[in-house]
Ligand binder design. Sequence first.
Ligand SMILES: [Zn+2]
Length: 376
Amino acid sequence: MSRLFANIVGQKLAVSLLTRALEEGASHAYLFAGPPGVGKADAALAFAAGLVCPARGCGTCDICRRVQAGLHPDVRIVAPEANEIRVETIRDGIVPDAPKRPFELESRAKVYLLLDAERLNEEAAGAFLKTLEEPPPHVHFILVTDRPERLPSTILSRCQLVPFSLVPTPAIVDDLRERLGVPPARAELWARVAAGDLSYARDLASNERARRQRERLLDLARDLPEAAPLDLESALDEIMGTIEIRAAERAAELEQERDKRLQWVSNARDRAWVEKTYDELLRRQKRRQVSLGLQTVVQVFGGWYRDLAMLAAGAEEAVLNRDRIEELRIFALADSIPSYLAAVACARRTQERLRYNVDARFALADMFLAIKEALT
Ligand SMILES: [Zn+2]
């Protein structure tokens, strides 16, 4: 198997489909669909590298590396601005650009990668359809989404599906041990807590702040029935603050990467291009980090009540937060199962709301109050 996909864990079906496509000739449009945090965007960049690289994705040349870093002019990354992918982006950006030859002489193809493709608004989807139907021979589209059902069927039917799934726990354990050198018992714990979300498991294993945030959230979930309004306010400040800090940390890493890259760029035009591309990358990453951070907060918080429900129902082996099991045992009450389930449902609804640019702080505050009420 090509070393292009070495970083994609626990996605045998997707990786074998993509490897075969690179060997035997790729279609013009793909839909990478599956849950968040399992490596769809990384796989899309790796596949794009395979399409553009003259050696069909050696994984080691400068072209492969630049594509995978999101820094190749023949791989255009399109992401929603605010809440949607606008018609202008498609009509003025992609449609007239697609027929042009690749920018670099060595490129075998041009790739458009649409992140969160379900955010194509109706008009944008309409404008996209013709190009998607009859793309120029050197053009490929990769649509990435965790909500394929929200895409119009006219678009779905023109894409080849590449399915991604939750990463199996043993695969996460192996990844944490081999890649990050996490001791076995810890690797087991983080893999379980993350419940198939590889990027969260990696985060827990490698970042102290992520671990502290989790502890705080579980404490907060435990203490919620007795929490005073003021405690909740300060908890919210802390949660939002941590999310911002994590996003800023990631931005600082990207800035360092950019500065390293700029050392090797001598002419002014290339310099300007790298700077501009990194600016976009930074903005996109910041938005993404904040939105992932919020989803994780709610997931972890709701996870406490999920575990209480499991324990109260006698399904101890299904508990995710194994390091807190003693405490969970003390709090789990059989006749409270309906309240726990109401709390879990409330967390789910909040995750849904947070996807749509609602005021995050307000949505979290709302969730705390609703769950507090459900529990008392
Ligand atoms: Zn290569």
